[in-house]
Design a binder for this molecule. Structure first.
Ligand code: 5GP
Length: 234
């Protein structure tokens, strides 16, 4: 696969064209940002860890019937993915109260929700990814009814699959963020699945093993990411 020109650089990843117009190379960086990129840093080897974790988790989800943009991992930091048109909505699923939900509703972190909560956030850093609902999405033509139904269905399927998988590795899946894209008129899962995009707590101690260690200056950030990779691959 021939690597072509860079077409996008985000906070954690770079996308390159390939000689196939339907495929891109997604490179994972060690750069870390938080709070709309007002906090910046580096997590040593994060790119390698997130590439390998995303590979494993995308394969698991494909096996569960959820289509994803993942094609294959190329090397330590790069994977081949399908070129999608990203739907500018971040889908968050929460099983336990933390982060944004704790702040929004003035709740203690750690409350186990009676059922998973699905949120949509409009993907726009300048506006701090504001919380929106299905009416905004439909009324503004961000996605169609049919696309939203598919996005919702896949998001809950991802939650069930990842909750069970992480649980079997001694990890509690607190919440996570997904991004979807359009590929040949179908909705597929895109972006990445990693401790950058999921909150993962040790099942026994509730120790945080995700990007909150970076966001909140808890130390041991690289070690936490390594620990998640070790458990996921064992
Ligand atoms: P919260 O809304 O509580 O900040 O985030 C909920 C979940 O989605 C967390 O697991 C968080 O890591 C993930 N998430 C939400 N927004 C973003 C984002 O812009 N970038 C990344 N990497 N993860 C996000």
């Amino acid at each position: 696969m021939q690597k072509g020109k860079q077409i996008y650089e985000g906070k954690a990843k770079i996308l390159y064209e390939t000689d196939d117009p339907d495929l891109l190379i997604q490179e994972f960086k060690d750069d870390a940002t938080a709070f709309d990129a007002t906090k910046r840093g580096t997590i040593l080897n994060k790119g390698i860890i997130n590439n390998k974790l995303s590979e494993k988790l995308f394969i698991l989800l494909t096996d569960k019937g959820i289509p994803t943009h993942f094609v294959k991992r190329l090397n330590d930091r790069e994977m081949l993915v399908k070129k999608v048109q990203i739907v500018p909505v971040e889908v968050t699923i929460r099983n336990i109260v933390a982060g944004g939900m704790a702040k929004l509703l003035g709740l203690e972190e750690g409350i186990v929700l009676k059922e998973p909560v699905l949120e949509y956030h409009y993907k726009e850093d300048k506006l701090h990814d504001p919380l929106i609902n299905e009416y905004h999405i439909r009324a503004l033509g961000i996605a169609t009814d049919k696309e939203l139904d598919t996005i919702k269905k896949y998001s809950f399927m991802v939650n069930e699959a990842l909750k069970a998988f992480f649980n079997s590795k001694g990890l509690t899946l607190v919440d996570f963020k997904l991004e979807f894209g359009r590929y040949k008129n179908k909705i597929i899962l895109a972006d990445e699945i990693s401790p950058d995009t999921c909150r993962l707590w040790d099942k026994d101690t509730n120790e945080k093993l995700d990007k909150d260690r970076f966001r909140r200056d808890l130390g041991g950030v690289e070690e936490a990411y390594q620990e998640v990779l070790r458990r996921v691959l064992e």
